[in-house]
Design a protein around this ligand. Structure first.
Ligand code: ADP
Length: 192
């Protein structure tokens, strides 16, 4: 199964992806994780992406499109994959459609976790309070960058769900439910 998981930062995409990985036996492809790995390894892409990511802005479309295009060719993606954090702009969604078509494949489902904005800000503020002044686990997990990430989401990523909705491909799930209920709703949407 080839799946796209959409939803704002803090919506629980990571948690739900991990469960889908277990259940479906396909890899989760998180552009955020791949970019963080590039930063940690100090590759040219990582060096370019670090400041942009720390500020909570989006790295250029061409960079993430290139990463995904290559990654999908790996043998572990032969039976499918879960895209998490990609596509994040309409241009990325269009590029994804083209690159999959070029490989002779397509998406099976696009699932959006729908959550309340106010709740997201509360979640991230609670998370940064929990750090108690210690260094956050992620450089962009502080209230300032989080607000920028949420703005980037509203301006650049919200149109992605509209794009898939227009094509009749979008399935929405209530992301405000307890974790297990969100999992059950996703399963139902995917027909499991
Ligand atoms: P979250 O969903 O928690 O905001 P991610 O781990 O998905 O975080 O992404 C972290 C950062 O990596 C983003 O704020 C952005 O800078 C960059 N990034 C990840 N995926 C993309 C993408 N598809 N396009 C552009 N930038 C991306």
């Amino acid at each position: 199964m080839r799946l796209v998981l959409l939803g704002p930062p803090g919506a629980g995409k990571g948690t739900q992806s991990a469960r889908l990985v277990e259940k479906l036996g396909i890899p989760q492809l998180s552009t955020g994780d791949m970019l963080r790995a590039a930063v940690a390894a100090g590759t040219p892409i990582g060096l370019k992406a670090k400041a942009i990511m720390d500020a909570g802005q989006l790295v250029p479309d061409a960079v993430v499109i290139g990463i995904i295009d290559q990654r999908i060719d790996a043998p572990d993606c032969a039976n499918g994959f879960i895209l998490d954090g990609f596509p994040r702009t309409v241009a990325q969604a269009e590029a994804l459609r083209e690159l999959l078509a070029r490989k002779g494949i397509g998406l099976d489902a696009v699932v959006e976790l729908v959550v309340d904005d106010t709740k997201l800000v509360e979640r991230i503020e609670a998370r940064s309070r929990d750090f108690g002044g210690r260094r956050p686990v992620r450089a962009d997990d502080n209230p300032e960058s989080f607000k920028t990430r949420l703005d980037a989401y509203r301006q650049q990523t919200a149109p992605v769900s509209a794009h898939y909705a227009q094509k009749g491909e979008l399935k929405q799930v209530d992301g405000m439910l307890p974790i297990d209920d969100v999992t059950a709703a996703i399963d139902k949407t995917l027909g499991h």
